[in-house]
Ligand binder design. Sequence first.
Ligand code: MN
Length: 712
Amino acid sequence: MAQEIDLVEKVRAYDQAADLSLLNAAYTFSMKAHGSQMRQSGDPYFSHPLEVAGILAAMKLDPATISTALLHDTVEDTLATIEEIEQNFGGEIARLVDGVTKLSQLDVTSSTQTRQAENFRKLFLAMSNDIRVLLVKLADRLHNMQTLKYLSPEKRARVAQETMDIYAPLAERIGMHDMKDELEDLAFAELNPDARESVLTRLDYLREQAEDRVAMISAQLLETLAKENVEAEVGGREKRPVSIWRKMERDRSSFEQLSDIVGFRIVVDDIPDCYKALGVVHGKFQMVPGRFKDYISTPKRNGYRSIQTTVIGPGQHRIEIQIRTAAMDREAELGVAAHWQYKQHAEHADGTQYLWVRELLDLLDAASNPEEFLEHTKLEMFQDQVFCFSPAGELIALPRGATPVDFAYAVHTEVGDTTVGAKINGRMAPLRTQLRNGDQVEIVRSEAQTPSPSWETFVVTGKARSAIRRYRAKQEQSQYAELGLAMVKKAFGDTGTEVADDALASALPALSHDTLEDLYVAVGNGTVSAQSIVETVLPERKIKPKSRLPSFMRKRDAKGGDHAIPIRGLIPGMAVHLSSCCHPLPGDRIVGIVSEGKGVTIHTIDCDRLEAFAESPERWLDVAWDTDADIPEFQVGRIKAVLANTPGSLSTLATVIAKNNGNISNLKIVDRNPDFFEMRVDVEVRDLSHLTHIIAALRIDPAISSVDRIKG
Ligand code: MN
């Protein structure tokens, strides 16, 4: 087939060493895979990948990129699989084809919202971890735009808008001005045909008038430069309809002058000559103030380098001039692709590269050959961000490491607060999962859910973190208030009176609090004692501190005293804490100790630590468990186990605990000798009977010589 020979010859012309059998194989594979598929135009489908390959061959790209172009639609649109591609063409090409396929699968339809367009452009860059993926995708889009007329009007408008919003700016971002111009012009023709038509008509007229002038001015510039011994090429380039239109929109002006439609370009050998040429031009012609820009000493972010100036040139015509070297000229047209051209790399070692590909170019210097370089190239841009989709297709940009919880809070605080689970790409996933580019995230919500303090350990966005903290603080306040109210009631109960809200309210000023709520919070967190409130409200009934331990201490039943304050919903770090000395469990007889500003710490009633509070009975609080058997909360129980120092004894311990539904949260060897070793084991259990059960099961095992619960 003539087309095959054309393509191979084109590549051969710039790369003598190209693996032609690879190209031929990719050609044949793709042609077979696409078979009798047709394009809308009525052409065989295969003509499309072939044209795309041709566009890239015109940019003199490496054989892997050309092969990828030939294969780029096989996985998406035919029965071929990525595994087959890998078997036939190796890992590099398989990766590239896979990358292009993934980009093609992104649904960009919601990009019509312009605020999303920038996110999409970033997503494309972030997903193109090899820039050649993006080059193939851009060439693919260019050919689709060239054959746009065969599609339905709605589809045409959508594709053109996408091209304008996403692809053309992307091409510009990576410095490919020719690609950008062509994409933009094709999109402009579709989106605003009338405007383009009127620009073209006007251009025709101006061109007729100006034709001689362009040649005359070019000749004069060349002559002026030659007189000063600057060797250069000079030419006039007509501006694109779309950029003329934009300028007209921006400046609300019509276009009349030569400088509106033609730009002149002086191309010289090296950078010193650029400045020499500038000197000659400015010396001979009057410069228009405010138009001079030196992008050679300070390149644009996308790597664009040129000196730009406007002068009153030959024949008093106002003209715009770009001055640059031949290498800059090629780069300005091809952008990043210039760096991927076959064996062009050596010319780019002058240190004035695209700022954001500089890292790649450093890699290039380090890599022993261009192939290795290409293989290891990773686009570092936007690697600190991930881009994910909502089920409705909205794109959410998050910092790297973000989780479904961050995603939920990025959507809306209310969504975050009520998150119970997440589906990533349709599958349930843990909330701490780190999201990846292109993930579709569906948040499962429940109105009954509240933010979990544990989320704070894995969220990465400030929005999520502050929302969790805010909620936590609110929770804490209400826990303190609830606790405080119970403590106040109890204190009054001890005196045989009831609390009356109005009596309390009238005592507020004396207690230096504004509201009852504030007062309860203060009691709950221990800054105000319940007893001092009783003394303020009922000054006639001074309460004498009771001797030594409070009366409820004498009752030893597990339910606590008559006024025991129910303890439930224990959230670590909140109003109520379980002490880490005795590890109280539901079922243990417990007592609370109030600490100023910290709330209540729960100990088992026989904890050794309690001795320290014997002199301050006002800090003791009668509490009782109030747990719900249906919703077990797991608490840590601590045991001491002495094991025979033999192989397998430790695993026996672990197995017995696991079999009895205990979860080991911490394990420490306390003592070790030739025969035995002593372990301290923290086990998460439901309650005391659960722990007792585990201890009994351990005691039965012959490998374990003794087991005891540790308290205090
Ligand atoms: Mn395609």
